[in-house]
Ligand binder design. Structure first.
Ligand code: GAP
Length: 435
């Protein structure tokens, strides 16, 4: 079934509420490059923190890494990206627009109907140069995947952490691809973030761990609130596998623009370690105590896109409801992901004692997560604003609060309100967030 959420409405909400903006908008923008606003950065950070907690903190067999974006140019020869990381592109002879051949339904320009050129291979990597002496610079690439930073550090991490197989290395960071297809907000961006694990196993155990990671990653999205019916697994056909992969499953999400890849889980075999060992001349092996032999481990790679996951969480949580004959737009985000956990309002902003108490309550709650104080509209408007960004709790200080020292706490999903002593508010909210 199609996802009924209107992508245009999500995009407009993103702009209106400071979630996602087009990059360099005042100059007319840059295609397929995006900025995250004050609410978007909280949401994206929460997605990354949830992933990091699940794998680097909750498991003892995975270590974290933050490798650099620029790497030795030979990295990309070894990985195969210089020769294989390309799309077949065609240009329109009339309007000069460029398209991916595999995405065209007919052999004419989809924009103006003009004739198309023969297809040419177009490498997706961004090239820049490195060096401080004019004329002596070297070409270097912005990484198109974070994975290679993990492979080239394999021995460093093995030697410093003393891990035994199976073990993983996890990394979150920016990647860059000179993508041609635009549209659908952040779905296919030229600058984006990946969250990748390279999980090293003995060659005999690759299938077991491959199956484990496919299920684990699917469950991760479900546990963070994505509806099961909006997720599906799709196994790659042999002819669509990346040059390094023996097998690959995509986790697809039912986006309003159709089922599309959220994450790929691939069996990369020992391809990358062997390639880097060959090109660099450094041994990249693991000493197996059981057999007294060096082995080159196989790698199972769950590779997710932070921006795609963030977009899927946004779309899946988008709800329109009728409340007292008015439309309520609410993002029913999982509590771990909600950008703002609590918003505090004074019921009357012309009563200094109420304003002062509300500000004190907000300050008291602040520190561990994003808390907002707002007095720039009526209570109804303030609730609506917070619902639209998925704020979990709205706290109101009113006249009665001055006497009984209690505040009203409204729950985002049920809209139920209860009164809680201001002194106990922080511990009560923290308890609800941890439940
Ligand atoms: N290391 C393996 C790898 O990079 P991939 O399937 O090319 O595999 C993995 O990318 C994930 O990265 C994708 O499933 C997607 O979530 C994200 N991704 C890839 N290209 C992207 C783009 N242009 N914009 C946003 N996310 C992208």
């Amino acid at each position: 079934m199609e996802n009924a959420v209107d992508m245009k409405k999500v995009a407009s909400l993103c702009k209106r509420r400071g979630i996602i903006f087009q990059s360099s908008e005042i100059y007319g923008g840059v295609g397929s490059i995006w900025d995250y606003g004050p609410i978007g950065v909280e949401l994206k950070n929460n997605v990354k923190a949830a992933w990091w907690r699940s794998y680097v903190y909750n498991r003892n067999d995975i270590e974290g890494l933050d490798a650099s974006i620029l790497m030795h140019p030979k990295t990309w020869e070894a990985s195969g990206h210089v020769t294989s990381f390309a799309d077949l592109l065609v240009d329109c002879k009339e309007c000069k627009k460029r398209f991916r051949e595999d995405q065209l339904k007919k052999k004419v320009c989809p924009e103006c109907g003009g004739g198309l050129t023969q297809s040419r291979r177009f490498n997706l990597m961004f090239k820049t140069s490195i060096g401080s002496v004019e004329g002596e610079s070297t070409d270097i690439y912005l990484r198109p995947e974070t994975a290679q930073g993990i492979f080239v550090n394999f021995v460093n991490i093995l030697n410093s952490s003393r891990k035994k197989l199976p073990f993983g290395i996890a990394q979150i960071g920016k990647s860059f691809r000179n993508e041609i297809t635009a549209g659908n907000l952040t779905f296919r961006s030229r600058e984006f973030e990946q969250m990748e694990i390279e999980y090293f196993v003995t060659p005999e155990e690759d299938k077991r761990w491959y199956d484990f990671w496919v299920k684990e990653r699917l469950d991760w999205y479900i546990n963070l609130g994505i509806r099961r019916e909006n997720l599906r697994l799709r196994e790659h056909e042999k002819d669509e596998l990346a040059h390094y992969a023996k097998s690959c499953h995509d986790i697809e999400y039912n986006f309003p623009f159709g089922w599309s890849e959220l994450e790929g889980i691939a069996n990369r075999t020992d391809f990358d370690l062997r390639q880097h060992a060959r090109i660099s001349g450094t041994e990249l092996v693991y000493f197996d105590d059981a057999t007294n032999k060096n082995i080159t481990p196989y790698v199972i790679e769950p590779s997710g896109g932070v921006d795609r996951a963030t977009l899927a969480f946004l779309v899946d949580s988008y709800n329109e409801e009728k409340v007292k004959n008015e439309k309520r737009v609410v993002l029913k985000l999982h509590k771990e992901l909600a950008p703002v956990k609590v918003a505090v309002f004074p019921l009357l902003k012309n009563r200094p004692e109420i304003v002062e108490m509300a500000k004190r309550v907000a300050k008291d709650l602040s520190g561990k997560y994003k808390v907002v104080y707002d007095d720039t509209a009526s209570i109804g408007r303030l609730y609506r604003r917070q619902d639209e960004i998925g704020t979990l709790y709205c706290v109101t200080v009113d006249v009665q609060s001055l006497d009984d020292k209690k505040v009203t706490v409204r729950d985002r999903d049920t809209m139920a309100q209860d009164r809680i002593s201001a002194d106990l508010l922080k511990s009560e909210i923290n308890k609800r967030l941890e439940e």
